[in-house]
Design a protein around this ligand. Structure first.
Ligand SMILES: NC(=O)c1ccc[n+]([C@@H]2O[C@H](COP(=O)([O-])OP(=O)(O)OC[C@H]3O[C@@H](n4cnc5c(N)ncnc54)[C@H](O)[C@@H]3O)[C@@H](O)[C@H]2O)c1
Ligand SMILES: O=P(O)(O)OC[C@@H](O)[C@@H](O)[C@H](O)[C@H](O)CO
Length: 384
């Protein structure tokens, strides 16, 4: 049995969802489609689980076939197959803002409706808050534009599962995938046609994924973005270098204090998570490039940094850590540190003042004079 169709055949998928499925070892397999590449690499890959001192090698075997994402016929056939119960996605944050991925999902679901092969679950695994709800919205809107009856069928037959996914997996040369020992997967939502026993490998199925998602997106991903912009401007190359740099570390702790104050979680859980993050990031045998994390900041800053900034302002505080991340990101867009690799950057880069930059992010923030002054001061410091 195949059971799972995946879109976005990248390293994270191989180290995470494909690994969990292999560990479940209960007969499920994955037909995996590349996101954009016309050439599909083979299904076999070597997974190097890289601890601080040793490597563990495995060859997870859950991927049963691979296909080019440009092969629309293979895609619609796979989604429509009566064997398929789940569609998983790793297509980057930016893809949810475009037309291509929603369009492909709609084409697959239209074929499934026509084949009368029943309900299924769509499981996005990108670092987006409420990724299931985001997928539901963009897919439903795309379906409504072409076929309102299909939108109705989707509402009745497709479950959009929201997930928090975590396993640091830097870019590496295929067929080798390097990942860390730590892994986490928290899922909220129904699987109307069944699922693998991913819980065997530690996945958790919860009623409310939100606090897990906020913990990860703000502390881990927000911390990553901070290190990427501040650290690369200080000529550092990797996360391990940046977390050991006193200036980056002080700012990171300031940001973490601000984010922690906004998290609906017990203090000791947050303290342990922060300590574990430092340990994970200090693993210098994982070469995680700041330049990779710096990519697509226009998609990442609004979800990793702004929620904490807004909440802190609502309580009357001044989030100095968040403000410094915004200033470092703006400076990055003007040439400091890692190269700019972000199709959505232009409008933020051309913001000439602190008020303009905040206005591009959220007009309500641009009306906050104290925040504008704080960011203005930081932009001046950063420009020196
Ligand atoms: N790498 C990690 O440590 C990690 C951890 C947690 C979550 N994630 C999530 O997984 C995503 C993929 O990470 P990765 O490390 O595998 O990256 P990757 O670059 O190896 O893979 C990205 C995949 O997305 C596809 N893609 C990109 N843009 C697309 C588009 N517009 N339309 C369709 N497909 C598109 C690519 O073709 C590729 O298959 C990340 O963006 C992130 O949201 C990654
Ligand atoms: O993968 P991205 O580009 O969304 O973000 C870069 C990193 O912050 C991210 O990959 C983390 O390493 C990952 O989310 C850890 O699970």
């Amino acid at each position: 049995m195949t059971g799972i169709v995946h879109l976005g055949l990248g390293n994270f998928f191989r180290a995470h969802q494909a690994w969990y499925t292999a560990e479940a070892n209960d007969g499920w397999g994955i037909a995996a489609f590349t996101g954009r590449s016309p050439h599909a690499p083979g299904p076999r890959y070597k997974l190097i689980t890289r601890g601080p001192e040793t490597d563990e090698i495995s060859w997870p075997g859950a991927i049963t076939s691979t296909h080019s994402g440009l092969d629309r016929a293979a895609w619609t056939t796979a989604v429509a197959s009566p064997e398929t119960a789940i569609v998983t996605l790793t297509v980057t944050e930016a893809a949810y803002a475009g037309d291509d991925v929603p369009g492909r999902l709609v084409a697959g679901l239209a074929a499934r409706k026509a084949a009368n092969t029943g309900s299924l679950a769509i499981v996005p695994c990108d670092n987006l808050p409420g990724n299931g709800e985001v997928a539901r919205r963009v897919v439903t809107e795309a379906a409504r534009r072409t076929d309102p009856a299909l939108a109705g069928w989707i509402a009745e037959n497709v479950s959009f599962v929201s997930t928090m996914v975590d396993r640091i997996t830097p870019a590496s040369a295929p067929p080798e995938v390097v990942t860390e020992p730590f892994h986490e997967w928290v899922l909220q939502g129904a699987f109307p046609a069944g699922r693998p026993a991913w819980d065997v490998a530690g996945a958790r199925f919860v009623e409310d994924v939100l606090p897990h998602e906020q913990r990860k997106l703000w502390l881990l991903n927000g911390g990553h973005s901070l290190l990427a912009y501040v650290g690369s401007a200080r000529n550092l190359t990797t996360v391990a270098e940046a977390v050991d740099d006193p200036e980056c570390r002080t700012l990171l702790e300031t940001w973490w204090d601000e984010a922690a104050a906004c998290l609906p979680l017990p203090a000791e859980e947050i303290r342990d998570y922060r300590a574990a993050l430092v340990e994970r990031w200090e693993n210098a045998r994982i070469r995680h490039l700041l330049a990779q994390i710096a990519m697509d900041g226009s998609q990442k800053i609004p979800i990793r940094v702004l929620p904490v900034l807004r909440r802190t302002r609502e309580r009357g505080g001044m989030p100095v850590g968040a403000v410094r991340v915004l200033a470092a990101w703006h400076r990055h867009l003007h040439g400091a540190g890692a190269p700019v690799n972000d199709a959505g950057a232009a409008r933020f880069a051309s913001a000439a003042t602190a008020r303009d930059l905040l206005g591009e992010l959220d007009p309500a923030l641009a009306a906050d004079d104290d925040l504008v002054t704080a960011l203005d001061d930081e932009l001046r410091v950063a420009a020196r």
